[in-house]
Ligand binder design. Structure first.
Ligand SMILES: Cc1cc2nc3c(=O)[nH]c(=O)nc-3n(C[C@H](O)[C@H](O)[C@H](O)COP(=O)(O)O)c2cc1C
Length: 229
């Protein structure tokens, strides 16, 4: 039997499943020594079969956003995830893999043990990318069809009126025009897979409050340290 998942992941998975609003976290990257933080939606928590102690946090992005370049330049990221319903804060530091459309190369940093193990076993990341794309709302899919995020809108807010409001799923396009929408949106869509190696879990819902550090070793094992909150 493979070792169980780390305790922080068991707790986080339970809260993620239990609370509808527990899916927004703050993702920090670095741009030339300046921290850059933004909200991202967690789409899935992956606990690889047989490698349960190496969980992955899955979010998505547009490959044209600055965070992608920042990750390519510095592959350590930090997530701050506050779950208001239970009053838990998880600060997760980890390594990242990016799965863009197949024309671009998959990126993964050193130390992405789960990503590497799954890839070795033949896990189909492109199929996963398409599955996640299809699982989102049509409005959400349309966000990957827009011009480059952060680029100037010469016509002001009015320009957005020309953008499609929805984009179909990969199997839902009924004509050439819709197929083009899907192709372009899916082309900008990427999975961002974060593998925590260090976790700082603060429990404000307990009395007295609790704080625990978790470190992942090179072999994938976790050590747990109870600290003063
Ligand atoms: C609640 C919320 C959720 C968001 N989720 C995502 C997300 O999952 N992925 C993403 O790339 N951007 C998401 N965004 C937008 C980002 O916060 C950010 O504005 C955008 O991605 C540009 O980031 P960058 O310029 O730092 O790369 C979200 C914004 C909000 C307010």
């Amino acid at each position: 039997m493979s070792p169980p998942p780390p305790r922080w992941f068991t707790a986080l998975s339970k809260l993620f499943g239990e609370y509808k609003n527990a899916n927004v976290m703050q993702l920090a990257t670095i741009a030339e020594a300046v921290p850059q933080v933004r909200s991202c939606i967690v789409r899935e928590l992956i606990s690889p079969n047989g490698n349960e102690r190496l969980p992955i946090i899955l979010t998505t992005t547009d490959t044209r956003t600055p965070k992608v370049e920042q990750i390519l330049a510095n592959d350590t990221v930090q997530i701050n995830w506050w779950i208001e319903d239970s009053m838990d804060q998880f600060r997760l530091t980890g390594k990242v893999s990016l799965v863009p459309e197949p024309r671009h190369k998959v990126f993964h940093s050193g130390g992405t043990l789960a990503f590497e193990r799954l890839s070795t076993r033949g896990f189909d990341w492109e199929a996963k990318r398409v599955q996640v794309f299809d699982s989102l709302s049509g409005h959400m899919r349309a966000s990957w069809y827009r011009p480059t995020p952060g680029s100037l809108m010469k016509g002001g807010y009015e320009e957005a009126k020309d953008w499609p409001e929805t984009v179909p799923t990969t199997s839902g396009a009924t004509n050439e025009k819709e197929k083009k929408l899907v192709e372009q949106a899916l082309g900008n869509f990427a999975l961002v897979l974060i593998e925590p190696t260090y976790v700082d879990w603060v429990q404000l819902g307990t009395s007295p409050n609790r704080r625990t550090f978790f470190h992942r070793g090179y072999d994938g094992s976790w050590t747990e340290t109870i600290v003063v909150p």
